[in-house]
Design a binder for this molecule. Structure first.
Ligand code: NAD
Length: 258
């Protein structure tokens, strides 16, 4: 993909790991300045993204807290002149049957996986509208379109993200701002490794555990990769992607075709 994003600033929530980091690297490679966000020691990740020559910052906002999201957007305005590309990616998972689901885990999944998308969007949109260009990409999931047992909060939040994406896509439809969701299937990141580890802990061989996880849902029997997701974000940021609006785009090895 040859999209040039030089002069644009991208904020990717949850970009110290996994999918967010893959997307941040693709955007930086295409020339964008990057604001990273997420937990853990960010110095190695900053250095990795800086190799492409753009300006790179990190804000440690816990996106479950609307005040910290506002602080992150104020930092973006002050140090980068605002956000042109917002990738709402931060997310967590918890697996339990609905009647056993810990109430505080429900609340934090809804706050991190859904409400943070609302807050970052409402705070970024005015700047995008005044500059006359913007891209909002929400990393939803196949679980925004179908359910799986044990994932009540995650599935509810991701369905909510797709609903919110449609509304923002409509409210920006006559502008140069677009809002879309990407719906990955299994991607081998720490979030999914934990689910494989749970299977291994129940006595299953590691390779078998990984195979079983894929075979239950993903017909390709192969993982989607962060760089593939990064390329899809670049497409949505390109001129060719400018009439994709309010969409929920599957990239899932065939999961939703079944
Ligand atoms: P990950 O655990 O590797 O990374 C999650 C990132 O979010 C990390 O950088 C972490 O520090 C950050 N984060 C977590 N809680 C946060 C908070 N409160 N505030 C700020 N940052 C926070 O997970 P991943 O697999 O890369 O998932 C990224 C997104 O992709 C999530 O929204 C997830 O639901 C979605 N997704 C993942 C898969 C998959 O198979 N891995 C599939 C579909 C969708």
């Amino acid at each position: 993909m040859t999209t040039t994003l030089s002069g644009k600033t991208a904020l990717v929530t949850g970009s110290t790991s996994g999918i967010g980091l893959g997307i941040a690297l693709s955007l930086a490679k295409a020339g964008a300045n990057l604001i990273l966000n997420g937990f853990g020691d960010a110095s190695a990740v900053i250095a990795e993204v800086q190799q492409f020559g753009g300006k790179v910052g990190h804000h440690p906002a816990d996106v479950s807290d609307p005040a910290q999201i506002a602080d992150m957007l104020a930092y973006a305005e002050r140090d980068f002149g605002g956000v042109d590309i917002l990738v709402n990616n931060a997310g967590i998972q918890h697996v339990a049957a609905v009647e056993d689901f810990p109430v505080e885990r429900w609340d934090s999944i809804i706050a991190i996986n859904l409400s943070s998308v609302f807050h970052a969007t409402r705070l970024s949109l005015p700047g995008m509208r005044s500059k006359g260009w913007g891209r909002i990409v929400n990393i939803a999931s196949v679980h925004g379109q179908v359910g799986s047992v044990g994932k009540a909060a995650y599935v509810a939040a991701k369905h909510g993200v797709i609903g919110l994406t449609k509304v923002v896509g409509l409210e920006t439809a006559t502008s140069n701002v677009t809002c879309n969701a990407i719906c990955p299937g299994w991607v081998l990141t720490p979030l999914v490794q934990k689910q494989i580890d749970d299977r291994i802990a129940s006595g299953i061989d590691p390779q078998q555990a990984q195979h079983d996880l894929l075979a239950e849902k993903q017909p390709s029997l192969d993982f989607v990769t962060p760089p593939q997701l990064g390329e899809l974000v670049l497409f949505l940021c390109s001129e060719a992607g400018s009439q994709v609006r309010g969409a929920a785009w599957n990239i899932d090895g065939g999961w939703l075709a079944q």
